[in-house]
Design a protein around this ligand. Structure first.
Ligand code: SPV
Ligand code: MG
Length: 431
């Protein structure tokens, strides 16, 4: 009896999967691998049911000889172990990022004469409907809110990308790359005060009011499913912050990060070039505690951002504040720096982790951008935020286009570097 292998990374069984099973059985006995949650979040959507349930769901299918766990996206391990004669898959893996997986399987099978069976992908109305429902579920506040905590538990490091509109939200939601034999995507989205203000042509000084910032969150949430981390600036007055917490929680935001500054807040990347005042430990702790006392769900996170290194107050001050903020109830610590190299960030993380292994650590490597995610994870960082790169890449491109149209009095010269309208339209789905 020949051996056929397929991998399921799905929350529900539909006609497409049943078709694969039917086809596979024509070739031999079928072993199904169920992809781990860790691997699934790297290129697919977040599983809306637990791994155990997904495993049981596959076990209950008829006509299968064995169900195994597939831990990694790439098949090296599982093919090495099972040595299947065939690997069967929907032919949708022939294009896009998933092609990297097919290439990997092809190479592994060719080493011993195994073969791929590509089954035409089932594009039925029912499958489309089930898929849309699943996505809709992931976007609901009660499912989305808790996802950041779930991801911290799953990923070596959670990657958040700055978004400030529906369109940038779609980029964070849909961009998947295959590079050097790995697939990857962003896990979460950061609603930056800097970029949200910049998109409105305003300075980053807590001038854009919360109603307007909520509008941005709503625009993003309407077209995405990934969890949102909100840049809450200083959180404002404690009496106002508690209302902010309630509103964000209700919307399904996963976390708010507030920074320990007071008075007129300026962007941290100005450092000591402008007047910025750090809040007292006591007052900031009161704000954190008030927020924690207000929130209604266990999942919502209030992350305290320490500005001691930005304001050159020293490592000891940063660590003292971290201890105090955690004691006051902070669910995470963001440590910021505007140094070019990550040394002081590493130092803080190592010292903090020496005494606290639990509290999530967040960093924003804008200045110290040479640091890799793997290095950050080694120093105990849980969330990395790419806080402004989308805005900074779009701005010069748009400005150059405007200049060239003025220069040449027509649009031909710029056209070759523009995204075709067709591609923009295909990014945006219609119901
Ligand atoms: C933001 O993105 O608005 C931030 C991060 O607060 S930083 O600009 O580095 O201060
Ligand atoms: Mg900010």
């Amino acid at each position: 009896m020949k051996r056929v292998y397929t991998c399921f990374c799905t929350d529900m069984i539909h006609d497409g999967h049943l078709n694969i099973i039917r086809e596979a059985r024509k070739y031999g006995e079928l072993i199904i691998g169920v992809l781990s949650d860790e691997a699934m979040v790297r290129f697919n959507r977040f599983p809306s049911v637990s791994f155990e349930e997904r495993f049981r769901m596959v076990q209950q299918l008829e006509g299968i000889s064995e169900v195994v766990v597939q831990k990694e996206i790439m098949y090296d391990h599982v093919i090495g172990e099972l040595k299947p004669d065939y690997v069967i898959h929907g032919d949708n893996w022939k294009t896009g990022a998933m092609k990297a997986i097919r290439d990997n399987v092809e190479e592994l099978l060719s080493a011993y004469g195994g073969q791929i069976i590509d089954v035409p992908y089932t594009y039925s109305e029912k499958v489309r409907h089930l898929d849309a429902n699943m996505r809709e579920k992931l976007s609901m506040p009660e499912y989305r809110r808790k996802r950041l905590k779930q991801l911290i538990g799953l990923c070596p490091i959670v990657k958040a990308l700055e978004v400030h509109s529906g369109l940038t939200g779609l980029i964070a939601e849909k961009t998947i790359v295959a590079y050097q034999g790995e697939l990857d995507q962003f896990d979460a989205m950061w609603i930056s005060s800097l970029c949200d203000s910049t998109a409105k042509g305003k300075p980053d000084i807590e001038l854009v009011d919360s109603t307007s910032r909520f509008r941005t969150i709503d625009d993003v949430m309407e077209v995405t499913t990934k969890p949102v981390i909100f840049d809450g600036d200083t959180g404002g007055l404690t009496e106002h912050f508690v209302y902010l917490v309630r509103s964000l929680e209700r919307m399904g935001v996963s976390a708010v990060i507030i920074e320990d500054k007071t008075g007129l807040k300026k962007n941290s990347l100005f450092g000591t070039e402008v007047v910025q005042t750090q809040d007292t430990v006591e007052h900031f702790c009161e704000k954190i505690a008030a927020g924690k006392a207000t929130q209604l769900t266990d999942e919502f996170m209030i992350i305290a951002r320490i500005e001691s290194l930005i304001l050159e107050q020293g490592m000891e001050d940063a660590l003292n504040r971290a201890r105090a903020y955690v004691k006051a109830g902070a669910d995470g610590i963001m440590i910021h720096s505007r140094k070019k190299d990550p040394e002081e960030i590493f130092q803080f993380c190592d010292l903090f982790r020496g005494e606290n292994q639990e509290t999530p650590l967040v960093v924003v490597p804008t200045s110290f951008h040479s640091v890799t995610e793997a290095e950050l994870a080694e120093h105990g960082v849980n969330i990395v935020i790419y806080a402004n790169q989308l805005t900074r890449s779009a701005f010069p491109a748009m400005e150059e286009t405007a200049r060239d149209i003025l220069r040449y009095h027509r649009a031909e010269e710029v056209d070759a570097r523009l995204m075709p309208i067709k591609n923009i339209i295909s990014l945006i789905e219609e119901l």
